[in-house]
Design a binder for this molecule. Structure first.
Ligand SMILES: [Zn+2]
Length: 300
């Protein structure tokens, strides 16, 4: 069973998406210019961030900033507990921000941002990346228009509605008795090991994708699947579905096209990986679901 107490970064947004306002142009215009509005700019899918005394935060600007800085797109993120409207907007020129802060890669900023900030910035990055690649109707080729406060594109010709895409990915830690299998890709930093992962294909249940990917990547037959948690992962717009799975033996066969190597870690070693004390190997940081998945297994 999944728990609503999701441990993952990019979840638990402090904002109410307030979707009923998305089609109300007059409300949105007033909200964008409101005194209590908070707007965060993006440039080339990188959020604007400020740093003070070593603390990094999104560079929230006041209502009306979208006009001042010549926004090319806006996205309504939602309302906070004080009903302050929050938006993200995209600009084509970063030079005008140079004295105020900087645009930085969200993946690099990730571990330094507060959980609330990650949960507000993540969807903006995903939706803006989707807009950048989906300007034309996939059905008839006509240029589509942005509606629903940035959350949909409509085709003026064939009337097809296009929604931001979410790509489901299963990410799994295969276990056998008291050990867990982790893999590494050649491009990763030396010593880094993580869970196995792969895109879910049309027609596949999550459990079936887990079994197929585990067999393909490691030659292991899955006998039991246990859901752990899920995580929206805005690189560019995946939904990671974290799973612990038992396999029928520990004689893996690595698919070297996908992975450089695999390695079994005992539960004691997995605890050291989570604590950063293994010495030889290390696991992804806490803001990656692979870390949470491994942590749950290591300490249960
Ligand atoms: Zn069309």
């Amino acid at each position: 069973m999944l728990s609503p107490e999701n441990p993952n970064a990019f979840t638990r947004s402090p904002l109410d998406r307030a979707g009923h306002h998305r089609a109300d142009a007059a409300w949105l215009e007033a909200a964008l210019n409101a005194e209590n509005a908070r707007l965060v700019p993006f440039y080339q899918h990188r959020p604007f961030a400020t740093e003070e005394g070593g603390a990094v935060a999104p560079g929230w600007l006041n209502g009306g900033a979208h006009k001042h800085f010549g926004a090319k797109r806006t996205l309504f993120l939602g309302l906070d507990v004080q009903s302050a409207p929050h938006f993200a907007f995209e600009v084509s020129d970063e030079a005008q921000f140079v004295d105020l802060g900087r645009f930085d890669d969200l993946r690099a900023l990730g571990p330094r941002l507060a959980p609330d900030d990650l949960a507000m910035l993540g969807p903006a990055k995903s939706v803006f990346e989707w807009h950048a690649k989906n300007g034309y109707c996939a059905n008839c080729g006509t240029e589509s228009v942005i509606v629903e406060a940035g959350w949909r594109r409509d085709c003026p010709s064939c009337r097809t509605e296009h929604y931001p895409r979410v790509d489901p990915v299963c990410i799994m830690a295969p276990t056998f008795g008291d050990k867990v299998l982790l893999g590494r890709q050649k491009a990763w930093p030396r010593g880094m090991f993580s869970a196995l992962a792969g895109f879910i294909e049309p027609g596949e249940a999550i459990e079936e994708a887990v079994a197929r990917e585990t067999l393909e990547e490691a030659g292991l037959v899955v006998t039991h699947v246990r859901m752990h948690s899920t995580q929206p992962w805005p690189f560019p717009h995946s939904l990671m579905i974290g799973v612990l799975c038992e396999v029928e033996h520990d004689r893996e066969t690595v698919d070297t096209k996908e992975l450089e190597s695999c390695r079994w870690f005992t539960r004691a070693e997995a605890r050291l990986l989570i604590e950063g004390k293994h010495g030889e190997c290390w696991a992804p940081p806490p803001y990656a679901i692979a870390h949470q998945l491994l942590k749950t297994w290591a300490f249960e």
